[in-house]
Design a protein around this ligand. Structure first.
Ligand code: PEP
Ligand code: MG
Length: 317
């Protein structure tokens, strides 16, 4: 029976009418890899690379990062592994980075913004990723906290500079496929323009929710606003899905919402292609996928997106 349960967990999940959605894992450390593989992850939708940079005196070297990224990509064989570039901000200071005081760190210099202002640090990471990609074509790159096309052009141009320099050194790495996190409301509004530049979108619902609702994701007094059943949050996701699919690129979710089985049917009905979550959530979400009927899910998603209030959405769910 235990073997049966394990097999069910590993097998790909299909809806009752045969539609599949990718079920991926989020991870941060090498220790998470095994749990993700045993838990039935079909790939890695989010490697939070910032954990490699925290709690140390100096930034991790290119070689150290290269080995870390290679080990994760290698563990998953041909399965896609998406590594997110450093997503750190003023609320999590790094000893070796000069970050001025910020009154509003969540609205400050974090994620890609910080990397673009610290090019040397960023280039070390890009080089490590490119070198790992040379050995592991399943490695993909993702940029966090993108708000404008200019930020993306800049990141792309740095990636291509690093690539050219490596080529000159005789390391032939293809430029990895790269995508962006959709977690700033401006990225949803700019989604059509951003989609032209990337291979995929991944919605960071943790940040997108707090920024859309203007409600701190860690503040209990406003937790009723920081909710995946807020119509504004779901409608933002709907807009991002449309822009992605109009441009012919896939869109996933890698925020907490992806791991909530109560929402699986709705997210499938909205056209989400991939759900990436903490490995312990995979079994429950696969079960929810198997219980879903695609056409019914589409109807339900429509109903939910037409609801006036969060309470109505909860009632429908
Ligand atoms: C998110 O914002 O939803 C996300 C996945 O990124 P993090 O939680 O690491 O900010
Ligand atoms: Mg985020």
């Amino acid at each position: 029976q235990k073997e049966q349960a394990q097999a069910t967990m590993i097998e790909k999940a299909y809806t009752q009418d045969g539609i599949s959605v990718d079920i991926f894992a989020n991870l941060a450390t090498l220790e998470d890899v095994e749990q993700a593989l045993n838990g039935g992850a079909e790939g890695v939708g989010l490697v939070r690379s910032e954990f490699l940079f925290m709690e140390r005196e100096q930034a991790p070297s290119e070689q150290y990062q290269y080995e870390f990224y290679s080990q994760i990509a290698n563990a998953f064989g041909k399965k896609q592994v998406i590594i997110r570039t450093l997503d750190i901000g003023g609320d999590k200071p790094l000893a070796y980075l000069q970050q001025g005081h910020e009154d509003n760190p969540f609205l400050g210099c974090r994620g890609l913004r910080l990397c673009l202002q610290n090019e040397e640090l960023f280039k070390v990471q890009l080089n490590a990723l490119l070198r790992a990609r040379a050995k592991h074509p399943n490695l993909h790159v993702m940029f966090p906290m993108v708000a404008t096309p200019e930020e993306l052009y800049q990141a792309k141009s740095l990636l291509s500079d690093c690539h050219n320099a490596l080529q000159r050194d005789g390391i032939s790495s293809a430029i990895p496929e790269f995508g962006i996190m959709i977690e700033v409301p401006a990225a949803v509004v700019n989604a059509k323009q951003l989609a032209k530049e990337v291979s995929f979108f991944s919605v960071g619902t943790n940040d997108l929710t707090q920024y859309v609702m203007a409600a701190d994701r860690g503040n209990n007094a406003v937790s009723y606003l920081v909710s995946s059943t807020q119509p504004a949050v779901l409608r933002m996701i709907e807009l991002a899905v449309k822009a992605a699919h109009d441009a012919g690129i896939p869109i996933g979710i890698c925020g907490e919402m992806a791991g909530d089985p109560k929402l699986t049917e709705t997210l499938i009905g909205m056209g989400i292609d991939k759900l990436s979550m903490s490995p312990i959530r995979i079994a429950a979400v696969k079960q929810a996928v198997r219980a879903t009927h695609h056409q019914q899910a589409e109807r339900k998603a429509k109903e939910i997106l037409n609801a006036d209030t969060s309470q109505q959405i909860l009632a429908i769910l």
